[in-house]
Design a protein around this ligand. Structure first.
Ligand code: PAF
Length: 280
């Protein structure tokens, strides 16, 4: 795999890559969820195109007091995994190369980012929007792949692409889970043994809520209360949100309509886990 650190070199190399090119942006600490993105990228480009990835722990999407310093780093292992998975190029810039010290331009989404995780993490999605826009400019991918676990991020990125006319197809890839249902996430590494054991509650509750919603015998308020109460049964869980929203707008949905997105965010200690269930 070719590792590129300089943004301008990345821009030049990208122009000559075999097309179509499918791009998997990551912050490293790769797990099976990322490899599922790479695998789907290969399906999209078939044998003629290129699969590229980035590894960049983007400082602008971490708020003050968040885990930027502790975020797991495993660069050599990540590059090996990407190489084995058939990735041709890895873009891995230093933060100073991506952001001038006096950078003063930003990219902000002002609707979808104002709810759910945007409430607990002010500024987070501004950082995501900025870095994704920069990465799209540098690599000019034909496809970019994102996990459905970060449903709000995915929705916001689709909105950037639409509103800023990026010529890239955004491809959503289903969440990859541990055998007990916990969604794979680089942040799972922070969990203690007890927290890890209890963290499977997120998906169990989402599945239970989806069953209730399908049966059609609950209102939105009832299902949200039920999810929060069930999550609290895990003694180490602190619920941030447990909601039923319209997947197109991320606003509270009407009772008993579909599609609906059931979404939860739960703290275990300082670790904030998110998960969701889409009923189409
Ligand atoms: O989902 C992530 O890993 C990050 O938010 C992303 C999209 C790579 C931007 O830094």
């Amino acid at each position: 795999v070719q590792i590129i650190q300089s943004p301008s070199e990345m821009q030049c190399v990208a122009r000559d890559l075999a097309r179509p090119m499918a791009f998997v942006p990551t912050m490293g600490a790769l797990h099976g969820g990322h490899l599922a993105l790479v695998s789907r990228a290969h399906d999209l480009v078939r044998s003629g195109g290129t699969v590229a990835a980035s590894i960049f722990i983007n400082p602008t999407q971490f708020g003050p007091g968040e885990d930027l310093q502790q975020y797991p780093r495993s660069f050599d292992r990540d590059c090996q995994l990407l190489d084995t998975a058939g990735c041709k190029v890895v873009f891995a810039p230093a933060p100073e190369a991506m952001y001038a010290a006096d950078a003063s331009v930003t990219v902000r989404e002002r609707f979808l980012s104002q709810t759910l995780c945007g409430l607990a993490r002010p500024g987070h999605f501004d950082g995501v929007c900025l870095v994704v826009a920069k990465l799209f400019h540098l690599l000019q991918p034909d496809f970019a792949l994102f996990g459905q676990k970060d449903f709000q991020q995915l929705a916001i990125i689709r909105r950037i692409v639409r509103d800023l006319n990026f010529a890239v197809n955004i491809v959503a890839v289903p969440t990859v889970r541990e055998p007990d249902g916990l969604a794979l996430s680089s942040r799972n590494a922070y969990l203690s043994k007890d927290e890890r054991q209890q963290a499977s509650v997120l998906y169990r509750v989402l599945q239970g809520a989806a069953d209730k919603w399908r049966r059609g015998d609950v209102t939105r308020a009832e299902i949200e209360d039920w999810m929060a109460a069930q999550l609290r049964q895990a003694p180490l869980a602190r619920v941030d949100y447990a909601v039923a929203v319209d997947p197109a707008t991320l606003q509270p949905t009407s009772d008993l309509t579909c599609p609906v997105l059931l979404a939860v965010a739960v703290f275990f200690g300082k670790t904030r886990l998110i998960d969701n269930y889409l009923l189409p």
